[in-house]
Write a protein that binds this ligand. Sequence first.
Ligand code: G3H
Ligand code: 13P
Ligand code: ZN
Length: 309
Amino acid sequence: MPKTGTCEMFKKANDGGYAVGAFNINDMEILQGIVEAADELSAPLILQVSAGARKYARHEYLMKLFEAAVETSRIPIALHLDHGDSFELCKAVIDGGFSSVMIDGSKYPFEENIALTKKVVEYAHPRGIPVEAELGKLAGVEDDVKVAANEAVYTDPKEAAEFVERTGCDSLAVAIGTSHGAYKFKSEAKLNFERLGEIQKLLPEKYPLVLHGASSVLTEFVEMCNKFGGQLKNAKGVPEEMIKKAASMNVAKVNIDTDLRLAMTASIRRVFTEQPGEFDPRKYLGPARDAIRDMVKRKLAVLGCGGKA
Ligand code: G3H
Ligand code: 13P
Ligand code: ZN
């Protein structure tokens, strides 16, 4: 299957009321586990690479892994830059063969975010590369935060409409209460679906939105990590029902990293605890790869993208 751009994937996703899973890769086992799951369920797939992952695994190695995934599977796969923080990084991965990029200017004031995103779009579009941008600050929204401060982190619908129009970005990551990592909520998990609906209403019809920080931090994996020597306290994620609801709206891409990290770590911890004499990397990385595969299959079912390849 040739590598496929995200525009086509997102159009189908929003027409069909499901979302495409975007999973972070750092090494061969993670990539293989993800691709095996998506291939088995016949789901379109986005493999994404953070700046840190690119530094860790190196661009050339990641490209070869991606090419192998495309060659050996029957599903459309895109290779996406996650949280690009500069024009230079976006340019480097576009020139180096990625299929799409994210420029994350969300930490900058509105006008600076627009200028940076526009600059990336102007470089990417003539080369056929779609651009994801971000508006609003992704962070844990706590119950006890004052309304004004609370409002400040959510994406403003009017600003979103202006941002998309002025930058020409192809998809937009929005802040509606999710956050990165394993500690998303202090108490009850809450996403602002009303806000998501308002954003959706002011953007062009079926405009693709992106949900970052969408891991569910499933109790059984946290408990397994802890049972085998981990110390994850008060870990909490976005319940799968909420992800399902977002996927049925205009959220076309859902980012998941933490859940894969937890599955992999729990699996490796288990092998090290149950077989303390083991030192063949294949004996712990193999089960970890299987754990990633099973987790991704679970996620694809939540997103509703199985059978949509
Ligand atoms: O949103 C960030 C992803 O989870 C990647 O994290 O920067 O540690 O690779 P990283
Ligand atoms: P999680 O930490 O919830 O998996 O989010 C990952 C993400 O948004 C990557 O960009
Ligand atoms: Zn993210």
